[in-house]
Design a protein around this ligand. Structure first.
Ligand code: MD3
Ligand code: FE
Length: 204
């Protein structure tokens, strides 16, 4: 079940199914300290996805732009620490995809409710594009899209379900990607929500 998606990217189907309940407890604990919020894009739009972060660096967006910072702008406090189980899962998944010694210093937690989506974008606020990104899907299914290195490249669609883990590195690291509108569905562990954990190395 190590399924190549394209050069540099693999899907580990259901890899996070067994630890899913622990991961969801971890998300709840993170959200007690740093609540989910819908951030503003630099263009003045409110994101439909609600986000929070854990680990030393958190990804934020506001009128000033997209960036990583060590403090939660809502509280001014450091982001909650990354649960050890999160870190271990991310490193294990990266290892299975051929990226050894992945030590993420940032975990962005995305919460999609029905109707939420994420437009095509590149993840390029990190310092070292040689480090992969690991993404863990939990809850209701969604259609993920990934394109090429140029915005105009026609994207492919990949269904992502509860427990699926994707590792993006090498030539896939800067590919455009996004998430189509979440449809209404029910999952026993998350209700109508989908969660995505995105593990990154923000700083070298
Ligand atoms: C492909 N999140 O938070 S993770 C994001 O499902 C983000 O919430 C999506 O894109 C989500 O930035 C998808 C999958 C992902 C992450 C990074 C990538 C796919 C990627 C980097 C390069 C190519
Ligand atoms: Fe992304």
């Amino acid at each position: 079940w190590v399924e190549p998606l394209c050069e540099g990217a693999v899907v580990l189907r259901r890899f996070a199914s067994a630890p899913a309940t622990d991961l969801l407890v971890g998300i709840e604990q993170v959200a007690e300290q740093a609540p989910f919020r819908q951030m503003q894009t630099p263009g003045g739009h409110t994101m439909s996805v609600a986000m929070t972060c854990c680990g030393p660096w958190g990804w934020v967006t506001d009128a000033k732009g997209y960036r990583y910072q060590q403090n939660d702008p809502l509280s001014g406090e450091l982001w909650p620490s990354m649960p050890a189980s999160f870190q271990a899962l991310a490193a294990e998944a990266a290892g299975m995809a051929g990226y050894g010694s992945f030590e993420p210093d940032s975990c962005l937690v995305n919460r999609y409710s029905p109707g939420a989506k994420m437009g095509l974008h590149q993840d390029k606020n990190e310092e070292d594009f040689d480090q992969p990104i690991v993404s863990v899907s939990l809850g209701t299914p969604v259609s993920f899209q990934f394109g090429g290195l140029r915005r105009g490249d026609r994207p492919q669609r990949v269904p992502l379900e509860h427990g699926d883990v994707v590792v993006w590195g090498g030539p896939a690291r800067l590919r455009y990607h996004g998430v189509l509108t979440l449809k209404h569905a029910e999952h026993p562990l998350t209700g109508s929500n989908r969660y995505n954990l995105t593990f990154r190395r923000a700083r070298s």
